[in-house]
Design a protein around this ligand. Sequence first.
Ligand SMILES: Cc1ncc(COP(=O)(O)O)c(C=O)c1O
Length: 403
Amino acid sequence: MQTCKKNLDWPLMRNNIGRADLKAVIDFLQVDIPMLTQSSQVGEFEHEWSEWLGVRYSVFVNSGSSANLATISALRETYGLGEVIVPPLTWVSDIAAVIQCGFNPVFVDINPRTLGMDTAQVLEKITAHTKAVFLTHILGYNALDQTFLDALEERKIPLIEDVCESYGATFNGRKLGTFGIMSNFSFYYAHHMSTIEGGMISTNDRDLYQTLRMLRSHGMVRESNSANLKCQYAENYSDLSPDFIFAFPAYNMRSTEINAVIGRSQLKRLDANNRVRTENLSLFLQSLDPDKYQTDFEIGGSCNYAFTLVLKRPDPVLCANVMESLRQHNVEFRRGTSGGGNQLRQPYLRKLMGETDFSKYPKIDHVHFYGFYIGNYPELEKEKILELCSILNQLAGDGAYHG
Ligand SMILES: Cc1ncc(COP(=O)(O)O)c(C=O)c1O
């Protein structure tokens, strides 16, 4: 007999751009003839973001992927080409940026408790050719540890942090995105906050900041806000108009004033929203059956916009039941967690790297086949979290002994 399943009506994200944000845009547009292309609102948003994060400089761009590309381009312009250590469990644009800029990507497996790169394996992969470690903090979990940071510093290897999925999360009480030489953020709709589309790059390094400002805007020197630097270029290239000196082969990654207005409005409630999300994640993990699902994530300092649901063991029967049950209860989910799982299995990387020995990445492959994420937004009702966990806990597995 067919039983009627309760509709939990649970999308990946809900109401991330609210009435207050739209009102801020409407108010902005009431000004006589508002300037809409990148201008003072972008500058204010960058300033407020830097204050919130605790860094000196930020550069607002049109997506998190643009932030990835600008960062890796700045790495190339500053440190030269070589190898970049990057995880196969990340968003496609992290790896694409490394490849597109001409670096050789070097991959390592993950630490299943943070879903970030296994930091001991990263250190083992460092060679004389390593130009940077480009680390992703996956779905709100901090991937850093002190031994790792100390070793990178000692070996003078730059760290770049992708914090697109984890802003607000901390390590040792300090916000992620303040440890690397540059850090990336995404304001895509499904993330902690949204500017419709958008991204940010943050840094404490004055020279990288100038490079990033120019890379965002065709590589044009006039986009720098350093009088000294502009003067030097004008002197060195006296045959060029100072308005049109292109220092780098670059991009147009600018955003608009409207996106910045939304960002400024959103930033005001980011911390309050993140506190609710953190409570929700704890409740979710505490309520799952630890015999069936992984519940030992390192949640200290975490800040997730999505729940990670990873099967404890490779159990195809439980996996199929989880997906069927989520669909029946109208709970939106993604398989494989960040970026759909193991990027080395994707056609673009297979074409480039050839067939990979996947047995070298068993932990990523487990998440690829048996991991999911589910939305965690501030309005999510606690009763729904409890109800979903109870449904998931009752699902049957293959019953095999996996010990
Ligand atoms: C880790 C990570 N990096 C980069 C990005 C790219 O951000 P965007 O979608 O804003 O281009 C994403 C997007 O989801 C992401 O999860």
